[in-house]
Write a protein that binds this ligand. Structure first.
Ligand code: BES
Ligand code: MN
Ligand code: ZN
Length: 497
């Protein structure tokens, strides 16, 4: 969908979206439409149902007094509470309604009320909401009916500060681009997006000024990455480690992001049951979010030095596959007894985290991983879990998540959990053998590979994929983490002009 900005004008082609607040209070543009239609909007509100509450929409076809083919009045809730996420959601919901409606163009009037002073930002947030909800992954559908195909191709946002909005849009557009990139990666089927293809898509980002290195199995063997390589040894596809670097701030120490990229997780010899196994095509969502974040940072030329490291493997059962009982030696030198080949994400991250802190000496590391089913038992699909060895880092990440609508909830890591992974015949085992505190056990395992660096681990197994659409997230791959981390970087780690 193509997004543009324009000054507020009376006449528009196609669909028109205007705003109203709780109590049925119309924004100025909506009020003028009401007047032009001799009170049709107020009459409809009086008839009941629409109060201007968040998420509500009132739709008119062929409203008198306007050229617009249809008018949607979108509720923003109480005027004093309108924030950026409210505006995004209103635009996103309207796009969902219009996407396959036959309309080719939608015009939003970005009137956000008294509490939202920045007109340019209001326009950008509506544009962002529209763009994010318009995402589709349908290139493999060859028999789509015309009425199922998106008709909506253009969004215009009318603003009191169209010039300011156009300027501010560049950074938002870079974010939307990163989110789209991640959603594509996470949506792709595992026969297409294997480690090599994932790595190629990262390499293509060299165009944006990213430095990208791809390590194959030979290089990783030299580095001693026995934990990561053990996971991939049953697969035909070669394991890869991709290092992406964005150097936007001279010589300062980088900040680092690390992602779990299991392109398919069958469980390996500890094979998963068939039901829902297809979900495991998106077991690379952590790596996908890291790649999308790096894309966004490069696209908006962020003033920061950032490193993204992703471990890419396929976890398959095979005659050559790793067995339960195997002992592997990680790059750190620590040995791991593999009790369950399905607890593979922590094995991949063990080497990716160690490599990252060892090579880059980062200010801190944040890893993202669809690590445990247990996180869904604890938090459902509303929060990702965060584990951290540093309170400030945890606080910054939590605040960024709140601002971007990607919520985090902190869970504890204590020594008692750590002792539960001690092994009788190696330095540690990769599971405990009970289901107790499953997500925290994953976290304390990772902690053994971070040394003294500040570090946070985000378990995103519950939020990476959404069975139900949300206002700005269509059903499917959410790209959870891209927005959160982009905000986190911008708010805390970018050099000021
Ligand atoms: N990739 C899974 C976790 C997962 C489950 C992600 C469902 C998304 C949706 C992970 O590799 C896994 O299999 N974890 C095991 C760990 C167990 C063996 C300790 C799990 O959660 O059952
Ligand atoms: Mn697994
Ligand atoms: Zn997994």
């Amino acid at each position: 969908m193509i997004v543009s900005f324009a000054p507020v004008a009376k006449t528009v082609d196609g669909a028109l979206v205007v705003t109203a607040f709780e109590g049925g209070v119309l924004s100025p543009f909506a009020a003028s439409l009401d007047k032009g239609s001799r009170g049709a909007i107020k009459k409809a509100i009086a008839a009941g149902g629409f109060t201007g509450a968040k998420g509500q929409m009132l739709e008119f076809l062929g409203l008198a007094g306007t050229k617009a083919s249809r008018v949607i009045v979108a509720g923003l809730g109480a005027e004093k509470n309108v924030d950026g996420l409210t505006l995004e959601a209103a635009a996103g919901n309207a796009v969902a309604r219009l996407l396959t409606s036959g309309e080719k163009q939608v015009t939003f009037v970005a009137e956000a009320g008294k509490n939202f002073a920045n007109a340019a930002e209001a326009a950008c947030r509506m544009a962002l909401g529209a763009k994010l909800r318009a995402y589709r992954f349908d290139q493999y559908r060859t028999k789509m009916k015309k009425e199922d195909k998106p008709s909506l191709a253009k969004a215009v946002v009318m603003s009191a500060d169209a010039a300011g909005a156009k300027k501010a849009w560049k950074a938002h557009e870079a974010l939307a681009d990163g989110v789209y990139f991640t959603r594509d990666l996470v949506s792709e089927p595992p026969n297409i997006l294997n480690p090599a293809e994932f790595a190629r898509r990262c390499e293509a980002m060299k165009d944006l000024g990213l430095e990208v290195e791809v390590l194959g199995e030979k290089e990783m063997k030299k580095l001693g990455m026995g934990a990561l390589l053990g996971v991939g040894q049953g697969a035909e596809a070669e394991s890869k480690l991709v290092v992406m670097r964005w150097n936007g701030d001279g010589k300062s120490d980088p900040i680092a992001f690390v992602g779990k990229g299991v392109c398919f997780d069958s469980g390996g010899i500890s094979l998963k049951p068939g039901d829902g196994m297809w979900d495991m095509k998106w077991d690379m969502a952590g790596a996908g979010a890291v790649a999308g974040l790096m894309r966004t940072l490069a696209a908006r030329k962020a003033k920061v030095n950032a490193v993204g490291v992703i471990g890419l493997v396929e976890n398959m059962p095979d005659g050559k596959a790793q067995r339960p009982g195997d002992i592997v030696t990680s790059m750190s030198g620590q040995t791991i007894e593999v009790w369950n080949t399905d607890a593979e994400g922590r094995l991949v991250l063990a080497d990716a985290l160690w490599y990252t802190q060892d090579r880059f000496k980062p200010k801190f590391m944040v890893d993202l991983a669809t690590l445990t089913g247990a996180v869904m038992i604890a938090l459902g699909k509303e929060f990702a879990a965060i584990f951290a060895n540093d309170d400030e880092l945890a606080g910054q990440l939590g605040a960024a998540g709140k601002a971007e609508g990607e919520a985090l909830w902190r869970l504890p890591m204590v020594d008692a959990y750590d002792r539960m992974i001690d092994s009788a015949c190696a330095d540690m085992k990769n599971i405990t053998g009970t289901r107790d505190a499953g997500s925290a056990i994953g976290a304390v395992f990772l902690q053994r590979f971070v040394n003294k660096v500040k570090w946070a681990h985000l378990d995103i197994a519950g939020v990476a994929w959404s069975a139900k659409a949300k206002a700005t997230v269509p059903e499917g791959a959410t790209a959870y983490g891209v927005r959160l981390l982009n905000n986190f970087v911008a708010a805390n780690y970018e050099a000021k002009e």
